[in-house]
Write a protein that binds this ligand. Structure first.
Ligand SMILES: Cc1ncc(COP(=O)(O)O)c(C=O)c1O
Length: 375
């Protein structure tokens, strides 16, 4: 049986054209970008061209783009730097962030005694901006606000401008985990009031293990990883040359096809929602599914019973890949912290379907048909 992959918020397949662009750097063009002879210069040029391309797409300056190993490293770098270098003594975040953020801020809170506040989350899954303003206004210390752009479990989109404006008003630093939106959303960083954003290549048909960190030119931080002078002294270690080339190529493809692909994927999400509503009773959708929501993610809760409790397991047996929360790294299923924060109903089983341009309505039909026997 053919596998159906509806877990594109966890990771996506590598685009063959991306692999093609990477291949020379996995084979004959292997020079160390720091070497001064021609082999090295060729690699350096590939990295700088990738940086220019990424910066142009995001409407940033190339000097504001740094390549890293992915979203986790990028977020760790800036959260640590905001405390160490930018005078932030108070972190304001939310209980629905990805663990890359949550576990970083909790670590700093417990080990460095940094004040940590969680902004209220509304039942829609959106951040309560009034509560955010109150937290900022009441803060006696400079704050770091770290709030994700699109939630990887429910798809809700944050209003970057509204949050950025509040941060400016209260002289706070603003970081947004944009891992789910880089490659899926038209950024205009020069006109967006944000100090830092992050991205990961594997979320938009690029390679795994490569990402970016955008550092607005008006903020200066020190590196997180120490060593050589790579990435203009901001991120030591021999560059992931083929990964960086692949990241830029994947972003170029995603950007060129954004209108077409986003409309297609949005249509699939709507179709799946309608088919679920038509065929099942007692469902509820998590997040602002018809409002400010990323077109790739659909999160639905089924009523809990003996059958539905086993839904993820049974879908897996039937070669259907979906997830109950974010990609589970520990192997221990303790449920989703995001769903718990917005809708703590123990009698429901949440399932996340997340789509890509490779999915089809026929696959949606097949999954809905299979679900009929499983819940
Ligand atoms: C919202 C979000 N932030 C951060 C990450 C971590 O990115 P990476 O796996 O590239 O470190 C992910 C990926 O799972 C994510 O979805």
């Amino acid at each position: 049986m053919q596998r159906i992959y509806f877990d594109n918020a966890a990771t996506t397949s590598l685009d063959p054209s991306v692999l093609e662009a990477m291949m020379p750097y996995l084979t004959e063009k292997f020079g160390n970008p720091s070497s001064i002879y021609s082999y090295g210069r060729e690699s350096r040029l590939a990295i700088e061209n990738a940086r220019k391309s990424v910066a142009k797409i995001l409407n940033a300056h190339p000097a504001e783009i740094f390549f890293t190993s992915g979203g986790t490293e990028s977020s760790n770098t800036i959260i640590t730097a905001a405390i160490r270098d930018l005078g932030c003594k108070h972190i304001i975040s939310s209980p629905i962030e990805h663990h890359a953020t949550l576990h970083s801020v909790e670590y700093l809170h417990h080990n460095d005694e940094i004040k940590l506040s969680f902004v209220k989350v509304l039942p829609s899954g959106h951040i309560d901006l009034e509560d955010l303003e109150k937290l900022l206004a009441d803060s006696e210390e400079r704050s770091l606000v770290t709030l994700m752009h699109a939630n990887n479990e429910i798809g809700n989109l944050l209003d970057l401008h509204a949050v950025g404006d509040l941060c400016q008003k209260y002289n706070a630093i603003f970081h947004s985990d944009t891992v789910q939106t880089v490659g899926h959303y038209p950024f205009d960083l020069r006109n967006t009031p944000v100090h830092f954003i992050t991205g990961a290549g594997h979320k938009f048909h690029g390679p795994k293990g490569v990402g970016i960190l955008y550092i607005n030119e008006n903020v200066k931080i020190k590196p997180y990883i120490h060593g050589g002078s790579q990435e203009r002294n901001m991120r030591a270690g021999t560059e992931n040359l083929y990964g960086i080339v692949g990241f830029a190529k994947a972003l170029e493809i995603a950007t060129a096809n954004y209108e077409k692909d986003s409309a297609y994927i949005k249509d699939l999400k709507t179709y799946m929602k309608e088919q679920l509503q038509k065929n099942f009773s007692g469902l509820s959708f998590n997040g602002d599914v018809d409002g400010r929501s990323l077109y790739t993610v659909l999160n639905v809760s089924f009523p809990k019973n003996e059958k539905s409790e086993m839904i993820l397991f049974n879908l897996d047996i039937n070669h259907i890949c979906v997830s109950g929360g974010s990609a589970c790294t520990s192997g221990v299923d303790i449920g989703s912290h995001v769903i718990r924060a917005i809708n703590n109903n123990p009698n429901q089983v949440p399932v996340r379907f997340s789509f890509s341009k490779h999915n089809t309505k026929e696959e949606v039909d097949a999954v809905v048909e299979k679900l009929k026997g499983l819940v």
